[in-house]
Design a protein around this ligand. Structure first.
Ligand SMILES: [Zn+2]
Length: 673
């Protein structure tokens, strides 16, 4: 057992308050195949700028809103389900069968926030919920309210129950993850004890279960959950279980690409099927690799990553292009092998914009997966994808005021499209039937601080930029304290003040984003003559003194991005990107009756940055010029002779994440030119 765990135990024995447990969302200090280690949940505090503003929105608006929502009997019924299952009153289960898991996600957001704010009210609210969960949990550790309500009250009936079973492991997965985060944030073991019961139940269940029964677990959040339980408790049974869960996948004859179990994981080299389930699976397998070092798992993850990033991911980092599709698609002569898939990765380069599904949860899954890959390898390419996804297709999932949400994240909204899709293009406070994304974005935005830095024995990795204080300890107990000041992503100036650092030689690894050409670096005002390579970490190894100052500058120039021409939907079109942010146009910024689809960018115009305010949030817009097509009559026309009737007008672009905050309208990320 490591020193820090002993320290935690001692402090817990004395009922002491745990201030720093050098453990993060992924507690990989002891993971033998993880190159980097997480900093503690409480180690990084946003102090100013972009992420501080977002964290304030989280604590003031999003968390209270979500906590209340999940206690609202008439809207979500989630907390009520627990009360009924716990025997407080008779009643029926109501809501989707993944409601328990969504409540645990909000809980996880509370715990992660508490780690930073130490708000006593959050602690008290969490304890209240845990006391109820203790009543709900069955003796054998099982917890899933639809089943427990049926067992206690018989108000649902076995048929209804059968439908509900699918998400029980998903719910338990989120419980285990939330309990680990709660333990690390508070030092308390009350929720962790419930999670141990769950993990023990799952261990026994999978020991005895047939592959068919074991397969009945969609959306595998429990892979991440069970490995995290192993990391927290060091109970080897949980690692054995995680391995079994991967082994058992794809061993039945009725698996589907929709659930990534048509073939065993070790035969999978491309991304397929439901993108949330896929990304959760990949994140869970990465967790398992960090503990076991099985090379085949890493080889396959890297192959799948190449498939996603080079062929199937949107320019916003979003995943899952299809609402509904089939797999394999168009390649088999035998139609009987073709299966239905939904909200899924499509074929390579199949990336439609208006009909893009891109569930916020899939994009969050992309961050969960890339975070684990970064920790395993220390390769900056994974941090690049994390940053891209966080700033664009995750933040787009939440309104600027933090209380309205998107389930899907399309890259184009065109009013004249003559069909309606399942999920609309208006943000909602509660997404009926499927409110999985809002709690997920709630916990994710409470936890961005934990992604900002990583540690090795004699170094610190700077993964994300933004004003914050880092106060952490290395495995050997030495303190590292840095103060970062930056207005990133609005400008690329970053200063890092060394407050406390080991006396011997020590490395500071600075991430140079892949887009950051022409970056400059100085230490204490003196230019550092080192090659600065975009898409890599730059190592500064030296004896540091307290008061040393690192100065970095990433020129933030708007860049025009094109897609591989194999992406049919974006042929001869471009995206405007500035730093990590993808920009878009909304119809509210165009003359009336002009469609976003009539706009062609004037490439000679240049871009004029202007700070604007939308819903009290500061946003850097880009002013430029465009040509608009004056021949807009497409009635009963699919094709027509080309006529160049173009008018030159000024236009304004805004960051993609901030779209749909000024009413409904059209939007486009891609432009012709
Ligand atoms: Zn979702």
């Amino acid at each position: 057992m490591k020193k820090n765990i002993i320290l935690i135990c001692v402090l817990t024995l004395f009922g002491g308050f745990i201030s720093a447990q050098n453990k993060g969302l992924v507690a990989n200090s002891d993971s033998p195949y993880s190159k980097l280690q997480s900093v503690g949940l409480q180690d990084v505090k946003w102090t100013n700028g972009f992420w501080k503003e977002q964290f304030d929105i989280e604590t003031k608006n999003t968390l209270p809103f979500m906590w209340k929502l999940y206690h609202n009997n008439s809207i979500t019924h989630a907390y009520k389900n627990f009360e009924i299952a716990g025997g407080l009153m008779k009643g029926e289960f109501s809501g989707p069968s993944f409601h328990d898991g969504d409540f645990y996600k909000v809980f996880e957001g509370m715990a992660a926030t508490y780690a930073v704010t130490k708000d006593k009210n959050l602690d008290a609210e969490m304890d209240k919920a845990i006391a109820l969960l203790e009543k709900v949990q069955r003796q054998d550790g099982y917890i899933h309210t639809p089943v427990l309500i049926e067992e206690r009250w018989g108000t649902l009936g076995p048929e209804e129950l059968k439908k509900q079973l699918g998400f029980e492991k998903y719910n338990m997965g989120h419980l285990m993850t939330a309990a680990c985060v709660h333990y690390r944030a508070t030092g308390k073991t009350n929720f962790l004890n419930i999670a141990k019961g769950v993990a023990n139940y799952l261990y026994d269940f999978y020991k005895k279960a047939s592959p068919d029964l074991a397969r009945n677990a969609i959306c595998p959040s429990h892979y991440m959950g069970i490995v995290e339980m192993y990391r927290t408790t060091k109970d080897p049974r949980y690692l054995e279980l995680a391995n079994n869960l991967i082994n058992i996948r794809g061993t039945t004859n009725d698996g589907t690409d929709d659930n990534q179990d048509r073939i065993p994981f070790r035969q999978q080299t491309t991304a397929m099927g439901h993108a949330v389930r896929a990304n959760y699976l990949y994140a869970g397998v990465a967790d398992l690799y960090a503990e076991t070092g099985e090379q085949k798992l890493l080889d396959n993850l890297e192959s799948i990553w190449d498939d996603v990033v080079y062929r199937k991911m949107y320019v916003t980092g979003a995943c899952g292009s299809l609402y509904d599709g089939v797999s394999p698609d168009g390649t088999s002569y035998d139609p009987t092998v073709v299966q239905k898939i939904h909200q899924a990765y499509g074929r390579p380069f199949q990336l439609p914009n208006a009909t893009a599904h891109n569930e916020t949860c899939a994009n969050i899954g992309n961050v969960l997966w890339n975070w684990r890959m970064l920790q395993i390898t220390g390769d900056a390419k994974y941090a690049d994808i994390m940053e891209l996804t966080l700033y664009n297709s995750i933040l787009s999932g939440i309104g600027l005021e933090g209380q309205s949400f998107f389930y899907n994240n399309p890259l184009n909204v065109s009013e004249d499209l003559p069909f309606e899709q399942r999920w609309g293009n208006t943000r909602k406070g509660y997404i009926a039937i499927s409110n999985c994304c809002p709690p997920n974005v709630t916990r994710t935005l409470a936890e961005v601080n934990n992604y900002a830095y990583s540690l090795i024995n004699d170094g610190v990795y700077v993964n994300l930029y933004g004003s914050n204080n880092l106060n952490t300890r290395l495995e050997g107990g030495e303190e590292v304290s840095l103060e970062q000041v930056s207005n990133y992503p609005w400008d690329g100036e970053v200063t890092i003040d060394v407050k406390k650092i080991p006396q011997e030689e020590f490395s500071v690894f600075l991430r140079i984003p892949s887009w950051a050409n022409g970056a400059t670096l100085n230490i204490n005002g003196e230019t550092v003559n080192k090659e600065i390579i975009p898409g890599k970490y730059l190592e500064l190894k030296r004896k540091w003194n307290t008061g040393d100052k690192i100065g970095l500058n990433f020129p933030m120039l708007p860049e025009l991005i094109e897609a591989n021409p194999l992406v049919e939907e974006t042929k001869n079109q471009i995206v405007v990107k500035r730093g990590p942010l993808v920009y878009c146009i909304e119809s509210i910024d165009l003359p009336e009756d002009v469609s976003v689809n009539d706009v062609s960018l004037d490439l000679t115009a240049g871009f004029d940055p202007e700070m604007i305010t939308i819903k009290n949030r500061k946003i850097l817009s880009l002013n430029t010029s465009a040509y608009i097509d004056e021949n807009t009559n497409w009635e009963n026309k699919l094709y027509r002779p080309l006529k160049k009737l173009k008018k030159h007008i000024p236009i304004k672009l805004i960051p993609y994440y901030s779209w749909s905050n000024r009413g409904d309208g059209e939007m486009s990320v891609w432009f012709s030119y």
